[in-house]
Design a protein around this ligand. Structure first.
Ligand code: AKG
Length: 326
């Protein structure tokens, strides 16, 4: 059973916003959702696994977030020195900068041959983007499920999984991936409004450049230290949510709200001319986006994977749905 997710791949109409549709989808995915029962119990969430779920369900609950977002992160690191020392000196330095800045770049993680192999996977789809992309017209969803090369070389690369698991203090479980043949041109956002967890912070992403990113082809931009901004929850902005509707899924209100928050915080915006093979890892709260494509038709091949921490409650605050973990 593919569920409504499959039908919704291209669909942009009104039904996207109706909570009842998601409840039906949940009923169709009973096997996946059953795994949530013990997790809900563990965190004292008294709710049916089929029901809508959002950050409002956790307001009276108090659990420490992921270690990298705690004020005593250094203490955690000291207590896990043995594991920390299994990383190379270069990666250890990057882990420390990740604690400060919310991201790290591993330059040249992949060599030219590995990049070429993954790029071919994007090229196959780039010739007929319309067929492969979802309703955004830009994103090739879950490319790692279709391409064993992307899965083994990137999404489930053992060294990436090891590092991400360390950064979450729990096993990193791949949730989804997105292939980009062109830049996303997506406004500033943090992934957490889409993929949320209780306790907070058990979401992390890995992104790889498969060709040079330039001012013309829509390079990635980001805001160092933005993972420390107050977390924006679905109910913090005027989202149109009510008993029946999940709110507006184009989420322009969220983007406007975040834009104001960024202006107030006065954080530096970095546009990153990534080179093929560069790997970026970011905290789920880290604010980033895709610059406009100045030369229309230029490709900017890249792939991103998002991972949840194992054993926490995973949901989509923006659409008030439980996450369907594979
Ligand atoms: O590749 C991009 O342009 C943006 C990717 C992104 O925003 C994401 O994966 O959350």
């Amino acid at each position: 059973m593919r569920g409504l997710n499959y039908i919704f791949k291209k669909y942009t109409g009104e039904l996207r916003n109706m909570k009842a549709v998601y409840v039906i989808n949940n009923l169709l995915n009973v096997k996946k959702l059953r795994r949530n029962k013990p997790v809900y119990r563990k965190y004292g969430l008294r709710k049916s696994i089929f029901a809508p779920i959002g950050s409002q369900d956790f307001v009276d609950k108090d659990e420490a977030p992921v270690w990298t977002m705690r004020s005593d992160a250094q203490k955690w690191l000291d207590a896990h020195q043995e594991e920390f020392l299994t990383f190379s000196p270069r990666v250890r330095k990057k882990i420390k900068s990740y604690l400060e800045d919310g991201y790290m770049v591993l330059e040249g993680f992949y060599d030219a041959q590995e990049v070429a192999l993954m790029r071919q996977e994007l090229d196959k789809r780039g010739q007929n983007l319309e067929q492969y992309t979802n309703y955004t017209g830009k994103k090739i969803p879950d490319i790692h499920r279709e391409s064993s090369i992307i899965r083994t070389q990137f999404t489930e690369h053992p060294n990436i999984l090891k590092l991400l698991s360390f950064l979450m203090g729990r096993r990193a479980v791949p949730f989804q991936s997105i292939g980009f043949y062109e830049g996303s041109e997506q406004r500033a956002h943090s992934d957490y409004i889409h993929m949320s967890t209780f306790p907070d912070g058990y979401l992390i992403a890995a992104w790889v450049a498969l060709e040079p990113c330039t001012a013309e082809n829509g390079m990635l931009f980001y805001y160092p230290k933005s993972q420390r901004l107050p977390i924006i929850r679905k109910h913090d902005y005027d989202d149109g949510i009510n008993t029946w509707r999940t709110g507006k899924t184009d989420y322009v209100d969220y983007e406007n709200f975040l834009e104001k928050q960024l202006a107030q915080a006065n954080l530096e915006k970095v546009s990153w001319p990534a080179q093929p093979g560069d790997l970026l890892i970011w905290n789920g709260h880290f604010v980033h986006g895709g610059s406009p494509i100045l030369k229309k038709g230029q490709s900017r091949r890249s792939v991103v994977s998002h991972y949840f921490g194992e054993g926490v409650i995973c949901y989509h605050d923006i659409t008030q749905r439980p996450a369907l973990l594979f």
